[in-house]
Design a protein around this ligand. Sequence first.
Ligand SMILES: [Zn+2]
Length: 320
Amino acid sequence: MAKKTATKTAAKNATKATSKTGAKSLATLKDEICDIGRRIYNKGFAAGNDGNISYRLGPNQVLCTPTMMSKGFMTPADLCIVDMEGNQIAGKRKRSSEILLHLTIMKERPDVNSVVHCHPPHATAFAVAREPIPQAVLPEVEVFLGDIPISRYETPGSQTFADTIRPVVKRSNVILLANHGTVSFGETVERAYWWTEIVDAYCRILMLAKGLGGVVYLTGKETRALLDLKQKWGFTDARLDLNMNDRDICDNAVFKSTWQEVGVARRAFATHPEAHSGGQSAAVGGQSLPPGIDYEQLVKTITANVCRELGISPGTSPRS
Ligand SMILES: [Zn+2]
């Protein structure tokens, strides 16, 4: 009974825009969510009815997208309002089934007003391969994202699934959800979406560079210079909060302790040459090898040299 009354009161208040929305009216916020919905759909980040977006209107009201609807074709009238427990208090359509993920992030991060969840293909590929996203490659990514965690797999939709972000949510504004997709968050709907767009573009570049022979990492010193800039511009970064040295800042060290539980391991990309664990993940014939060498490239070079000596092309049969 008490829950019903509370829900009714929240529903009454849901029609008013509260101080949390700042100068923006509810109508403007609904337009913004529909606009970001179109952008995630047009980028190919949300197939079918995939993806969901939310915005915190007040202490117990959250505007969100509906379930079973393409995010590319929403109008303001399609949006719903829920309370912080996920009970629907306004809107004709049924609220997103993933709202508990959004609300858990908002409860853990009072600074966050908006959450965007979708399935961008390149970032999701890293989440499916459970490959840690390499660091110390692109300056913008170092400044805007930092170390990016992959959270533990759970069946989507439940509170148990939503809880998987808890161990990492305070140290990053974007999370890869194992075998699922991404979730990113920020002060505004646009900011929350930016991190998704940046992480997917980055993952795409990493895959393309790997196809060209591999990535060349920035040095620890070069990465430190980017972190100094980040601090100067007023952005926070877990690597700065943890007072990491140059070896740690390019070693995915912020979230490495979560890898084993999640099933994350380096398979596609070499460990940064300056990282502490540079030699730990490389092994040939059961023997560990010294750090700082790109083994994949080394094998390719040796193969090419041997083939040249034998007068054959790699991948073809020797001449008779
Ligand atoms: Zn999803």
